[in-house]
Write a protein that binds this ligand. Structure first.
Ligand code: CTP
Ligand code: ZN
Length: 187
């Protein structure tokens, strides 16, 4: 299966060991579950569900969150499942962890339609769509080597979001335009 093969090579690339994806139970080519009540991955008791991730970006989300399975996190990723809103989507479920605002901002850059669901005692207690701010300060570097933010003086990077999808951001200092691929290289 192509997806599984790609996944295997991506995992090798990211140096991820096998334990970190507790369940990767389905992909687009598999038969859909028959009952509406059945889930691809079981509900979690406490933690965070990142839903409506653009399909193909679940592993990038894990990478942003520094999840490599080596700290014993219990994490499930579901790739390329059907979604009414998006056609296809990915989902990441992380047990016993809530995200920092900066992590959510990074996710917004690569998965602008994602929703962050906080789960407590099996209930979704908060559901927020990620928000891409108009200005992004400090979380990405300008990829122009001669930009002032890459000089020795500490200058905090700043980008204006010109287009959310496909992502197009412009460096406030040198005008360099960057896209999703440029951003992903830094995470
Ligand atoms: N979820 C979970 N464990 C729980 C509760 C919810 O893994 N204890 C997951 C659900 O499987 C779903 C996501 O968290 O992927 C959001 O749950 P919920 O709000 O109940 O689902 P929907 O109403 O379908 O969400 P939306 O309207 O955002 O599409
Ligand atoms: Zn710049």
């Amino acid at each position: 299966m192509g997806l599984v093969k790609n996944l295997a090579s991506t995992r090798r690339l990211l140096d991820i060991d096998d334990s970190y994806i507790e369940a990767l139970r389905t992909c687009g080519s598999e038969r859909r579950l028959s009952s509406k009540d059945q889930l691809y991955v079981k509900k979690i008791r406490n933690g965070t569900v990142i839903d409506h991730i653009d399909s193909g970006h679940a592993l990038d989300v894990l990478h942003i969150l520094n999840i490599n399975g080596k700290r014993g996190e219990v994490v499930s990723a579901v790739l390329n499942v059907e979604s009414k809103q998006l056609g296809r989507k990915d989902i990441v479920k992380i047990e016993d962890r809530e995200l920092k605002p900066q992590e959510v901002d990074k996710i917004a850059l690569i998965a602008p339609k994602a929703t962050i669901n906080i789960v407590r005692e099996y209930e979704v207690t908060s559901k927020k769509r990620v928000e891409l701010p108009h200005t992004i300060k400090g979380i990405i570097k300008c990829n122009n080597p001669s930009c002032v933010v890459n000089a020795r003086e500490p200058v905090i990077s700043e980008f204006k979001v010109e287009v959310a999808e496909p992502l197009r951001i412009r460096c406030h200092y040198c005008g360099r335009i960057m896209g999703k691929e440029d951003v992903l290289k830094q995470f």
